[in-house]
Write a protein that binds this ligand. Structure first.
Ligand code: TAP
Length: 452
């Protein structure tokens, strides 16, 4: 069996070794999940709910331990990592309400009644990226389990530690053996097996658009269900009538959170030309005020990038352009890139069109509302976005005009577990979170009952 050396991104030092699953181990886990499925789906809804709540409670007792693992493994700030562990708990609690609410319909028809049921699919494979190891694990796992499926889950090779621990905590909480299996391993091995193995009836994938397309093509071979949460190049649109101080103060957090390794990063700022100079003068102190510190420091707001490779990818983008200014970053070891602002010259530049997945933002002016919508939509992606204006009608018009799945008005916060999340265009397929999520892990069955 091969192993992977987990490296702390803030120190560049090796933390621990993790065994990687191969094909045989993956197949064994899928078969075990297949065997565990009938009993898990038959469990009384109230009992399944109780187990999920117990799982949430065990997570709650380990928030600090999980957060500490994430700080060391992914370089997430302490504040983010504690929020992320709490998010797994909250998502489990939220979907613990689902087993008792998976209601169907009764439809009057000639000579009887039709009733519908939501049947679980079987084994669900969840493939998680390295940028948000805990939340994305929870967003797939919790509704899939609540709907009565069993789960095999692959964390990213770079960030397996919290997922492995959460798998152990599931057993501690009484989730039966085989209902949730965590398989650290390579995407090309374990992830690919989820796509190819006939017992896996749905793949829930979060990651790059490139790999997402391969997953979708692979799933088509078996008409396998898939949900794809992919990349983004989202716009933060600031109108001249906005509270410019508020818009400038929040813009850095819309793009530099998690060091910009965020599919929702608003990495393009569009500013109405008449407010461009004033906005830029407010943005600079806000960017320079972001506290880029060792992620274990409780006051750190931004940590390092995940790996030397990712740092080099981000530097490659920066080297192509003229940087207007940067924020700060620690000296010494660690995969650091300072928050970076680029005043773009054209919408054809790579920095304006491609996902950087690092702490780099590009700014361009626009003239009017139609121009703003056209520029925001001039991308293959459509995941997130923000709009700053005091005009409610304009906020509504622009919200409807921008082709993206998740927007915020006069705020940069976009993701909540009780509201739907997902992308337009190349940003994805299907929705996660919100009250509908468990239904996405079921098939609707329609039964006619004759009243003869
Ligand atoms: P990917 O390279 O796509 O990896 C994502 C996951 O897929 C990892 O677990 C990876 O495993 C696995 N994988 C890779 N190749 C595979 C294959 N051929 N078959 C099955 N699984 C495979 O992305 P990344 O570099 O980890 O993450 C960055 C990208 O993900 C960005 O583009 C970002 O926008 C996107 N992302 C989107 C979202 C949402 S919610 N839309 C959230 C986070 C990230 P290994 O890493 O172990 O090889």
């Amino acid at each position: 069996m091969s192993t992977y050396t987990v490296v702390n991104p803030a120190t560049e030092r090796a933390e621990t070794e993790v065994e990687l699953a191969g094909i045989e181990q993956t197949d064994a886990a899928i078969e075990q999940a297949h065997k565990a499925f009938p009993a898990w789906r038959r469990l009384a809804p109230g009992d399944r709910a109780t187990l999920l709540r117990r799982f949430a409670s065990v997570i709650d007792q380990h928030i600090d331990e999980l957060a500490e693992l994430e700080v060391r493994n992914a370089g997430h700030t302490w504040g983010n990592a504690t929020w992320e562990a709490g998010n797994v708990r909250d998502v489990l609690n939220y979907y613990a309400g689902a087993p008792e609410r998976l209601v169907g319909k009764q439809i009057p028809v000639d000579g009887g009644t039709n009733v519908t049921f939501h049947e679980p699919l079987g084994v669900v494979g969840i493939i998680v990226p390295w940028n948000f190891p805990m939340p994305i694990l929870g967003w797939g796992m919790a509704p899939a389990l609540a709907a009565g499926n069993t789960v095999v889950l692959k964390p990213a090779e770079l960030t397996p530690l919290t997922a492995v621990r959460i798998g152990e905590l599931a057993l501690e909480a009484g989730i039966p053996e085989g209902v949730l299996s965590v398989l650290p391993g390579k995407g090309s091995v374990v992830g690919q097996r989820f796509v190819a193995h006939p017992y896996v009836r749905k793949v829930s994938f979060t990651g790059s658009t490139e790999v997402g397309k391969q997953i979708m093509a692979g799933c088509s071979e078996q008409v396998k269900r898939c949900t794809l949460e992919l990349g983004g190049k989202s716009a933060n649109i600031v109108f001249a009538d906005a509270d410019l101080a508020k818009a400038a103060a929040s813009a850095p957090y819309a793009v530099f959170d998690n060091a910009g390794q965020d599919c929702c990063a608003r990495s393009r700022i569009l500013v109405q030309r008449s407010a461009y100079d004033e906005f830029l003068s407010l943005l600079e102190p806000a960017v320079k005020g972001v506290r880029v510190l060792d992620p274990s420091d409780r006051s750190s707001e931004m940590g390092p990038l995940i790996s030397a490779h990712q740092r080099d990818v981000v530097r490659g983008f920066i080297d192509e352009v003229e940087v207007a200014y940067t924020g700060s970053m620690p000296a010494g070891d660690g995969f650091w890139v300072a928050p970076t602002v680029v005043l773009a010259e054209s919408t054809e530049q790579r920095i304006w069109r491609e996902e950087v997945f690092g702490p780099v933002v590009a700014v361009l002016p626009f003239d009017d509302e139609a121009d703003a919508i056209a520029m925001a939509n001039d991308t293959e992606y459509g995941l997130s976005g923000s709009i700053y204006t005091r005009d409610l009608g304009r906020a509504m018009r622009v919200s409807r005009g921008v082709d993206t799945g998740n927007l915020s008005v006069n705020s940069h916060a976009a993701v909540r577990y009780w509201t739907p999340f997902g992308g337009f265009k190349h940003s994805g397929l299907g929705r996660e979170l919100g009250p509908e999520a468990p239904y996405a892990f079921t098939e609707e069955k329609n039964v006619f009952i004759s009243d003869d």
